[in-house]
Write a protein that binds this ligand. Structure first.
Ligand code: ADP
Ligand code: MG
Length: 250
């Protein structure tokens, strides 16, 4: 039987300092290694769901339960959740002047595993991974995201994904506004993540290029804070052809 990785039960979420409820009772189960697609019109609550799963303090959980790797993580901080092996790629990643991309990734891995990695071993793997992604090695020595273009930020995040090897990755519109070259890197990176890390994935995207690179296990359609439809990859094709209308009006 498939091994459960993430289980979300009746998740009710509002913005921390407001009463506005955004998610009205979301249920979601993801087994180890599965690929899930989350679709929905703008403002449906997709990013809120991703951020809440990762322990983002901007959101308040009013009801429900989140379990990851069999552990109740509903009350855990973002830092603890990422140590357990969950990763999110944001729409707008942070810039950290004074810390190179390379050092940032090495420190993140050490924080996650609690073990020191020898610089030599780290550099070897970093170089190999950057080659797979067709990334110029000089990126690694630049300060994290400082002066990076949108495409370069995404490439840097995909590099982090492959180096950190989380058991669950959430990619939130990692492709929006990217040039062809960056979308290619993202879809290559996602394929590599599935192949070499074997991790589970929740992808929030409209990009046919990225979706075509994936073997989709399940698709979820979120409308106004409720999951209104679930099924296989054919839902993706249907939405790309006909839009969300029938899901909104049901
Ligand atoms: P999606 O990612 O599906 O486009 P979001 O999760 O970003 O949707 O937003 C869902 C709804 O919640 C929107 O109406 C949005 O304005 C609101 N919302 C999300 N985050 C916040 C926040 N931090 N403060 C206020 N409103 C928010
Ligand atoms: Mg969003």
């Amino acid at each position: 039987m498939a091994e459960q990785l993430l289980n979300v039960q009746n998740l009710v979420v509002s913005v921390a300092d407001e009463d506005k409820e955004i998610l009205h009772g979301v249920n979601l189960t993801i087994n180890r290694g599965e690929t899930h697609v989350l679709m929905g019109p703008n403002g449906a609550g997709k990013s809120t769901l991703g951020s809440t799963l990762m322990g983002d303090p901007r959101y308040k959980i009013n009801d429900g339960k989140i379990s990851f790797e069999g552990q109740d993580i509903t009350e855990l901080s973002a830092d603890k959740i990422s140590k357990l092996g969950m990763f999110i790629s944001f729409q707008n990643p942070v810039e950290i002047p004074g810390i190179t991309l390379s050092n940032f990734i090495r420190t993140s891995i050490e924080n996650k595993t609690g073990e020191h990695i020898r610089l030599w071993d780290f550099k070897k793997e970093l170089t190999k991974t950057m080659e797979i992604l067709n990334m110029d090695p000089s990126y690694a020595d630049r300060d994290l995201n400082v002066g990076f273009s949108g495409g370069e930020k995404k490439k840097a995040e995909i590099l982090q994904l492959l180096m950190l090897k989380p058991s669950l990755a959430i990619l939130d519109e990692t492709d929006s506004g990217l040039d062809v070259d960056a979308v290619r890197t993202v879809s290559k990176g996602v394929e590599e993540y599935k192949k070499s890390v074997g991790g589970a994935l929740i992808v929030i995207t409209h990009s046919t290029r990225i979706l075509e690179a994936l073997d989709i296990d399940q698709t979820h359609v979120l409308v106004s804070g409720n999951i209104v439809a679930e099924g296989d990859g054919s839902i993706v094709d249907d939405i790309n052809e006909n839009g969300f209308e029938k899901y909104i009006n049901q």
